[in-house]
Write a protein that binds this ligand. Sequence first.
Ligand SMILES: O=C(O)CCC(=O)C(=O)O
Length: 262
Amino acid sequence: MRLQDLGGTALADTYQKDGVVVVRQALSGEWLERLRCATDAELKRGERYFAYRNLRTKPGSFKDFCLESGVGRLVAEIGRSSWTSLVFDTIFVKEPGSQTRTGWHTDQPYWPIAGPIITTWIALDPVDADNGAMEFIRGSHAWGKKFRPFLTDQAGEFVEYICKDDPQYCDMPNFEAERDRYDIVNWDLEPGDLLAFDGFMVHSAMGNRTATRRRRGYAVRFALDRAVYDPNQGVADWLIDDTIAPGAPYVSEHFPCIYSVK
Ligand SMILES: O=C(O)CCC(=O)C(=O)O
């Protein structure tokens, strides 16, 4: 998995400008099959949509993928970083008929990390606008806004804001109601295609209105050069780590550096 074989520096340029880039056929068939099997095994737990996270912390295909597939180097190349650490991973599965849209949001205000974060979102099935494509507001990573975190219901819809009085955050516009005002992009994906996007990118995912086509996605979050621990930001308690000093690079035993330029 090397950027030069998958699209070269043009991908890194697009990422920097737009905050999101699609890397076609980033995964081999073997990794794809392993992640699909591991995803289906996890789903047997029958949890809520956002609950399937930190899968890479136990032995198995998710951990192997994070450590052995070369995804860390690919991410460092896309983000032009000299190192990458693993933050956390999640599977997002919209089964046929699960029509709820994943609401518009940004990720990083939920996390106690300042500085560059990249998410890789890997399609495990064919994905399009009918079965739950991700949508992005191109360039929104550069707006300099920290949108307020919010609670969602089981299916991922907005319920209410958290951190209501915290002045570092601002409320989100109603992006869905004003779609025409924004440069919204989405891509049809084949299994093995990978989206890489910035932690401050405004994004959403459509519902799955098909009767038969699953939409399985595997997301992994990575910290890059200048990503530092910021315990004053965020609500994700599983990312709190007292072994990292505030302001220090977001790397520790729990959040290991998985790639570094020699
Ligand atoms: O796949 C989805 O429904 C949402 C994914 C998402 O929001 C994310 O990876 O940050």
